[in-house]
Design a binder for this molecule. Sequence first.
Ligand SMILES: NC(=O)c1ccc[n+]([C@@H]2O[C@H](COP(=O)([O-])OP(=O)(O)OC[C@H]3O[C@@H](n4cnc5c(N)ncnc54)[C@H](OP(=O)(O)O)[C@@H]3O)[C@@H](O)[C@H]2O)c1
Length: 326
Amino acid sequence: MKKRILGSTGFDVSEIGLGCWQLGNDFGPLEDKQAQEILSVASDEGINLLDTADVYGGGISEDRIGRWLKKSKEKPFVITKVGRGETLFPASYTKNKVRENIQGSITRLGLEALDLVQLHCIPPEVLRNGEIFNWLEDFQQQGLIKNFGASVEMIDDAIFCCQVPKLATVQIIFNIFRQKAIETLLPKAAENNIGVIVRLPLASGLLSGKMAKDQKFSEQDHRNYNKDGAAFHVGETFNGLPFNKGIELVDQLKAILPSHLNLLETSLRWLLDQPQVSTIIAGASSPQQVIKNAQVSNLAPLDEELDKKLKMFYQSQVKQHIRGGI
Ligand SMILES: NC(=O)c1ccc[n+]([C@@H]2O[C@H](COP(=O)([O-])OP(=O)(O)OC[C@H]3O[C@@H](n4cnc5c(N)ncnc54)[C@H](OP(=O)(O)O)[C@@H]3O)[C@@H](O)[C@H]2O)c1
């Protein structure tokens, strides 16, 4: 597993990280044993960055990571999020309540301080008001958190964050089906030494290439109840693409891939080929998926011709179908 430096945190992180939303049962029920095995296999594969949030499964994801950390010799970087808890979101942010939410994460994870806390897609007006960043700076000075960053929906919000003093990272949706960051955010982030954490690298699994139009998702899976944005931002599920359109696009995309690469490998490798990307937090519902994703770190970069085709495909076929803005 190759490593990259995560912005101004200085952390040497695996270029493939593990997204831990699914550990909160938000992709359907996941047995505790399976959750622990996913974490152990990730560690065996050299993955040393886990991304979670206080609200995943109402704390279940952090709790599972905390129990795993207790028994593990390895000490991965655990990055979590604050800002979507019911005492805060959407308009009740106070310094005390943010601190309480952070302390909840520290307790569940069983840590003394958080490696990195990210604002969790808070309303853009709260983000741009900027006061919340002063609170985070205070928490950093008090030793509650080591670093802070922001996870955002829109690229313009990520660009805004790049000029926030002491901010270490931004987390964005970025994949073959959402390429806006390349021209805009990535150069800005590099200029300001901001780490770039990529979520939804597989567009909620669409880009694994295994799904079909008649695919069924469990009732508790956001890919069932949020496929059109009924519960939270539409972009967080299938990248904002209507599911059937996403499947059609995947079929078209498969036809332009070289025979030695499958869609999953192409999708993750394409992201790693962007030098400003620090880490990709791919979600995985089984240890086998973790292994396959981790192995992409060892693949050769894509050739220029394929990169050109993928960019043209996005511009001409995909962009116009994304709902919720980019
Ligand atoms: N607002 C935010 O800050 C925010 C929002 C969303 C996500 N996130 C973070 O980003 C992480 C990743 O996002 P995500 O899980 O939604 O999207 P993702 O990584 O694009 O997709 C994950 C899904 O892809 C499928 N998959 C993964 N590896 C596979 C493989 N090797 N073979 C076949 N299928 C594979 C699995 O689907 P099946 O389960 O169907 O097998 C898995 O659940 C989350 O865990 C979370 O940490 C943050």
